[in-house]
Design a protein around this ligand. Sequence first.
Ligand code: C2O
Ligand code: CU
Length: 457
Amino acid sequence: MGVSALAPRLSTAEASAAVKVLEARAATAPLMGDEAPPTAVWAYDGRVPGPVIRARQGEKLRLRFENGLDQPSTIHWHGLRIDNAMDGVAGLTQAAVRPGESFDYVFTPPDAGTFWYHPHNRTWEQMARGLYGLLIVEEPEAPAVDRDLALAFDDWRLDRDGQIDEASLGRMRDWAHAGRLGNWLTVNGVSQPEIALRKGERLRLRLANCCNARVLSLRLDGHAAWLVALDGQPIAPYQPADGVVTLAPAQRADLIVDAVLGPGARTAILEVGGAHAVETAFLAYRPEAPTRDRPLPPPAALPDNPLPRSLDLGGALRRELLMEGGAMGRMASARFKGRRMGLRELVDQGKAWAFNGTAGMTDEPLLRVERGRTAVIEMINDTAWPHALHLHGHHVRVVERDGSAQTETPWRDTVLLQRNEKASIAFLADNPGKWMLHCHMLEHQAAGMATWVAVGV
Ligand code: C2O
Ligand code: CU
């Protein structure tokens, strides 16, 4: 469907460069390379990933979402602590945007960092088909690097013809296990892209896990990388001992990397989570002479974002979040649609997981907290699977893991819990509204792992 058939554009001075239009529509993408037939996808502006949106911290952004799909959709701005009305959650913060209709998202990002966007309606299907993109909020004074590269990782499940494996979309076996794991990995929509660089350069690499369900463990061969931010939020720079950065679905990491190898060298960004290391992308050194002849000092920390200075754990509102279900689990029944159902009946309804005994979104929030108070959620993963818990509208700190107190852990918007692990997260409830809390393994979310938190409402 052409853009002209959709909602009328602004025709006055407002229709300036300040309004960016993002249209979701059917498209094709050369996921298998230029030689192979392209893959039919759903994409923002016809590209996979969607365009990288660059915004400035504290400056208003106007984005018009146009829905050229044949099913309702929305856009959620993952990790941005913005107005609740702009959070893009169908059924909670807005009505889903129907085919042919549009919605204007207007918000001011309070934090600089690496964020991303994706639909929040049938997310498991719409993301599996290609709808996602990165949103970068630039620091007013960006750190000195020669190049700033954003890399969106995704694993697709393709069939023998290189098309999205549609037969397995919504397959309960995946939903009750790890989620939809793919068989074809891309970085910025390309399999094993080659990134050219020159000795002596300093790079900022922004890594984002845009997979539906796969946890990625990434290591840059031959280089010692400084980790400077997680989920968009600065941390004190350090070099992870084994060089591995683990990213659950939806998590991001910013790295500073100095190009120390020689002209002609070629090295890989490896995924080392499985039995064999997989080359996801290559860094290829150009033959030119080095850009500088002496090594740079370690990178400085990124400028602080306006996060809470302290969390009042003593005065916090506390709630438990018991996570149950899935294959090889112990859950025998859960409430769904107001009724207790046995596991078999739940599975017939497309549910396999529960939070505090309820599968899927509840009318009542997990917790209601007054604005300005600290809340602690004690998450207990009583399942045989890892989960990536994402809270909207806030960043959280892990304050306890498996019974031991943690201090000054990084601010995150998504927290990975291993099987049978317990972790408590704390956050200052300073952003009013209705905020989702769900597993970002999208099939787990769809199959029951979803609730919400009410702040000051
Ligand atoms: Cu990245 Cu509720 O989403
Ligand atoms: Cu999960």
